[in-house]
Design a protein around this ligand. Sequence first.
Ligand SMILES: [Zn+2]
Length: 267
Amino acid sequence: MPKSKKHNEKKSERIKIFYEGVEEKDVKLLVNHTRITVQNLNIPVQIEDAEKLWSENLKDEIFERLARIRVFKWNEFEIQNFVSPVEIQFERRKAEEKIKSFGIVYEGFLLQGIFLSAISGRIDEKRDFPVVITDRQIATFGDDGRFHLRVAVLGLPSIVSKSGLFSAPAKPKEYHIAKFISEDVALVKGYSIKERVERKFYSLGRPYVILAYLWLKEGVGFCENPICFFSDSHTIEELFTSKSGKIKLCDFHSRAILPSYKRKKLF
Ligand SMILES: [Zn+2]
């Protein structure tokens, strides 16, 4: 009946997307494509239209926190005790979209905490699965005791880094050969890869957004199977093979996204 359906829809779970530093049209395209993918995969979650991350009239405190969590060394991390007014101002101007933050890397888990403060009051904890799409570079400590750039950090909220899609996975062999020959050739090569990644953002970004839901809801994260849509791609080639074109799922992920009534029959 229409009435009860409407009631159900009202209560259904939602992926709520916030964004900063990424163009609205790119986010919209990603939202639309992720919506279609979620429907095709039969995942029972709605995707809300994206909102800007930063509200107006914010106090300096949140920008100071951002400036403190920059990563300066790849093998150790310290929260910066002293940050200058210039750095705080820089963060404010970035949030106001007056500047871009090339080359700055932020500690991913601490960034989650700051983003959570930025969206507090705008999410319904019972039904919203928040994702922040950003142009910031994010890194977290790896098992090898070094920081690694990441495309995404899953959690509350999940963070998806548009620039991470290019910078986190390893580049193709030709890129490194080009680098060996000349920095200029490598730069051109790198630029064309970056352009290719950015053009396909609407497709490549989808699994990271969907995992924001699967991770908080079911504890389902990335997999190591390089062809799976939900894999943590280690190279640019793997990124394109697994996340654009026809969707392929490993056994684990195809079982994980099956509706629960079907899953019960299986086990
Ligand atoms: Zn998988």
